[in-house]
Ligand binder design. Structure first.
Ligand code: GLN
Length: 479
């Protein structure tokens, strides 16, 4: 099947009578089967997807189809869809079936999007390489020896490998943007409070956001229209969460853009990534935008602060997996305590256990102030400084990741090294502002990497307009 890069192309072919949704879904299912060895999908929802496709074809004929008609979407395996399995790629939830649908799934189905299946990810979204999945790692479709990134590695790969048009992932510290960077796709982490978290399996609730991965800004813009906005089930949604812009603007005004010297001069940055970022900065200047270097003295605090607070929240969120209410129960348990102990010991993988222990430690009476309270204070400073910069500048530009995709198995022995993967992405999660990864970098060896743009809270529209422009500009340059 032809590779569709945006919904408009699909709709054109449907309108011209050369495609229908059933054939489209069957085409994607065939692609999924062919690329089975990449381990991208944990399950294909063949029956419900084909049923929905039939319904949408009928609606298109009658002229009653919703905004997403023809959009085939994968969901990360931490997003609930009633009557379908969801495991957060963990053994502890093996076989668990969602009792209700997440708000994002409800909204997508209402607008006639077709959900094709659930994608592999790091267990409970904890990881940067997809190697922490109980169901095996995902291979990068661009080079099978490489990681697709994590934790939404299956999501990004499902788009990169042409197994669906758009993927929903979740981003707590970079899990949408980093895999997008590693697979040459576009990934958006919306502002915290823009998209309902109802029905998203929680990792760190004050960070988690659901967001899209796609090949076009048009599709990202469209899906944001559908999934954002108020929801009575999530009280953290902002009154500014309604995103109601269907058209992208072609001519963007001159912008003020900051780049952080400490990001670009970081010792771990790959020289090709650095050079490309400088090239993008130079062309932005030549396009008439004002780009300036700005100080940011909290870089070294970002990753430690992120890991103290997220592990604290995770230790509390994951307390519910007790072997009693739902999910895995150890066969070796003989009383209440051993049920808790053995079910959790056998059900969680090593990284999840490490984080639960770290989180419990930083929340324990003797260490609470030294770690958790202190990290909260630093988070406040990060937010304050980020807001200050974004008051003066429209965007902050940086690489998404310090380097392109790395080899599977090359970093998973050293958790600290793996945690440093998140160095450029966690700022937006600590501060809460939106950030996008754009696939405009490529190494000499042909590996993609992303350029990240951050904007102020709820400035998604200007972020997407600008990104659209930037991508087009680079596409033109390449042609
Ligand atoms: N790599 C980060 C972590 O392991 C980010 C995860 C995420 O965004 N879900 O925590």
């Amino acid at each position: 099947m032809k590779k569709y890069l945006n919904l408009q192309d699909i709709r054109n072919d449907i309108d011209n009578g050369i495609l229908n949704c059933v054939d489209l879904v069957n085409g994607y299912i065939a692609n999924i089967k062919e690329s089975d060895n990449l381990n991208i999908f944990l399950e294909v929802f063949e029956d419900s997807a084909l049923r929905k496709a039939k319904e949408v074809d009928e609606k298109i004929k009658q002229g009653t189809a919703g905004k997403l008609a023809g959009m085939v979407i994968s969901i990360k395996d931490n997003i609930c869809y009633k009557g379908h399995k969801v495991t957060a790629s963990s053994k502890i939830l093996e076989g668990f079936e969602s009792l209700y649908s997440s708000t994002v799934v409800d909204k997508i189905l209402k607008e006639d999007g077709i959900i094709i299946g659930r994608t592999n990810c790091d267990e409970f979204a904890m990881g940067s390489s997809n190697e922490n999945s109980f169901y095996g790692n995902v291979k990068n479709p661009l080079d099978e020896d490489l990681t697709p990134g994590g934790s939404s590695g299956g999501a990004a790969s499902s788009v990169a490998a042409n197994l669906c048009l758009l993927a929903l992932g979740s981003d707590t510290g970079g899990s949408i943007r980093q895999p997008a960077s590693f697979t040459g796709t576009i990934g958006l982490k919306p502002t915290y409070g823009m998209v309902s978290r109802h029905g998203l399996i929680a990792y760190a609730s004050s960070f988690d956001q659901i967001g899209p991965i796609a090949n076009s800004i048009e599709d990202i813009n469209l899906i944001l229209n559908v999934i954002s906005g108020k929801d009575e089930y999530d009280s953290t949604l902002s009154k500014f969460s309604e995103y109601d812009y269907l058209e992208l603007v072609n001519d963007v005004p001159r912008m003020k853009i900051a780049f952080l010297d400490c990001y670009l001069n970081h010792s771990g940055i790959n020289p090709e990534v650095k050079a490309k970022t400088e090239e993008v900065i130079a062309s932005l200047k030549s396009m008439g935008h004002k780009v300036e270097m700005v100080d940011f003295d909290l870089l070294d605090q970002l990753v430690p602060t992120y890991y103290v607070i997220t592990t604290a929240e995770a230790s509390s969120n994951l307390a519910r997996y007790d072997g009693i209410h739902f999910g895995y129960r150890s066969k070796n348990a003989f009383d209440l305590e051993s049920t808790y102990l053995k079910s959790r010991s056998e059900g969680f993988g090593p990284e999840v256990k490490r984080r639960i222990m770290l989180g419990t430690y930083v929340l324990s009476a003797g260490y609470y102030d030294a770690y958790f309270t202190k990290a909260q204070k630093v988070r406040r400073l990060v937010r304050k400084r980020t807001k200050e910069i974004l008051k003066e500048y429209d965007f902050i530009i940086s690489p998404t990741t310090p380097h392109p995709a790395f080899e599977l198995g090359s970093q998973n022995q050293d958790p600290i090294k793996m945690y440093l993967e998140d160095i450029f992405t966690v700022q937006a999660n600590l501060a809460g502002n939106p950030a996008i990864s754009l696939p405009i970098g490529k190494t000499k060896a042909g590996l993609p990497f992303g350029i990240q743009l951050m904007a102020d809270d709820f400035k998604e529209k200007s972020l997407l307009d600008f990104s659209h422009n930037l991508i087009n500009n680079f596409a033109l340059k390449k042609a």
